[in-house]
Design a protein around this ligand. Structure first.
Ligand SMILES: N=CN[C@@H](CCC(=O)O)C(=O)O
Ligand SMILES: [Zn+2]
Length: 392
């Protein structure tokens, strides 16, 4: 494949501090990029760009790294609009509605589940997302969890085994944990990169700290990498457990103690060490009328923060990373620059990927173009579809 020169970039966000203005966003104004064989071969001021075979002119738009949506539940059937409506008039979310989606998902044919999953991935791509993590968790039998993961693998390499989403209706808790850590894990591990658990003692449906530890340790022993749903409904043990087992990310982090914040700051990834990222999901608080996590306190404490959609039929049925950016800025005290970093480089760190989330030399050529002169418009123009993936 020949190399492509991309010019007409009013503002380029590389997330490479060694390029451009030296800030975490690695900003370059009046920039150009050279793409070769699906990778970034050169990034810098347009005036210094090398000559290439082909040329694309973006006419003065901003370019940012493709969004990395590091938390989603896309393999499902059914609809929970009425549950959403009830929450808008005061009902509290406790995870109990998950069984409704489980019943619909089990009843759906493979072709329907795959078509719906593909449609949601296309919806994400149409809003600037180039990498998505997809969990199982609406099957909850050996066959249905393995099927969900096979379908997820059709759309992404970032697949997560979430058999420990809730204890299915009518099941014995201990027997279900034994199944998840035994036969179900064995059937699912070949199709997954990650193992996850909904650790939430405040929900009768989810798992306490000891159950969650057993799930994660079994997953790790089977070769999967751990991540955790934690501290969504209460200041439970999820964050401490995530740090203890070396999880790449603990997601939600809505209710944190100061000890949780300290543990996350101490576990933040550094250049020489994989660590634990706090992934915030503000679309969930928006769609469940819950208090937002204190992103400002986390960033100020030195925690590495990612932002993702959590696209799912229960707590947050949006596929829009631009909406997440707008919420993080408007409702959680993040600056537009911090929020953009968190949906790109932060998401990549939450997935332990060095090839995405930035546009430094060697990165995958995942480019999102904004119908705007600067990345600030992502938060400044909420609800306006300005982000599009560049197909080159
Ligand atoms: N909290 C656990 N799981 C999902 C919601 C699943 C559902 O309600 O269908 C979440 O991340 O919010
Ligand atoms: Zn989730």
């Amino acid at each position: 494949m020949s190399s492509v020169l991309v010019t007409g970039i009013a503002e380029l966000v590389t997330n490479d501090p060694s390029v451009g203005d030296g800030s975490p966003l690695g900003l370059v104004e009046r920039a150009a990029l050279v793409l070769d064989a699906g990778r970034v071969a050169w990034a810098g001021p347009a005036a210094q760009a090398p000559i290439t075979d082909t040329h694309v002119d973006l006419g003065g738009r901003a370019v940012v790294p493709g969004f990395v949506d590091s938390h989603s539940h896309l393999v499902f059937a059914g609809d929970r609009a009425r549950e959403f409506e009830a929450r808008m008039t005061g009902a509290r979310y406790d995870g109990g509605g998950i069984v409704t989606t489980v019943a619909a998902t089990r009843a759906a044919p493979d072709e329907l589940l795959l078509a719906r999953t593909r449609a949601l991935v296309a919806e994400m791509r149409a809003q600037g997302t180039t990498t998505v993590e997809v969990k199982s968790g609406y099957g909850l039998t050996v066959a249905d969890e393995a099927r969900s993961l096979r379908i997820a693998r059709e759309v992404t390499a970032e697949t997560t085994f979430l058999g420990a989403h809730v204890v299915p209706a009518g099941a014995d808790r201990d027997e279900y944990v034994a199944l998840v850590t035994g036969r179900m894990l064995e059937a699912c591990a070949p199709h997954a990169r990650w193992v996850d658990v909904f650790c939430e003692p405040a929900s009768a449906h989810a798992f306490d700290g000891d159950e969650a530890r057993a799930v994660l340790q079994a997953g790790i022993a089977a070769g999967l990498l751990p991540r955790v749903h934690g501290n969504q409904l209460s200041a439970g043990p999820g964050v401490q457990l995530a740090v203890e087992v070396g999880a790449a990310s603990v997601d939600h982090c809505t209710y944190l103690t100061s000890a949780d914040v300290d543990a996350l700051a101490a576990a933040a990834p550094t250049s020489g060490r994989d660590g634990t990222v706090a992934t915030l999901l503000p679309g969930v608080e928006f769609s469940t009328r819950s208090p937002y996590p204190d992103a400002r306190a986390l960033v100020d404490a030195g925690v590495t923060v990612a932002l993702a959609t959590d696209c799912n039929p229960g707590t947050c049925y949006t596929s829009s990373i631009p909406l997440v950016v707008a919420l993080a800025v408007r409702e959680m005290g993040m600056s537009p620059a911090e929020a953009l970093w968190s949906v790109t480089a932060g998401g990549a760190q939450a997935l332990r990927r060095g090839d995405i989330g930035h546009l430094g030399v060697g990165a995958k050529a995942d480019l999102t173009v904004l119908e705007a002169p600067t990345y600030r418009h992502l938060a400044y123009r909420p609800g306006v579809p300005i982000a599009k993936v560049l197909d080159v």
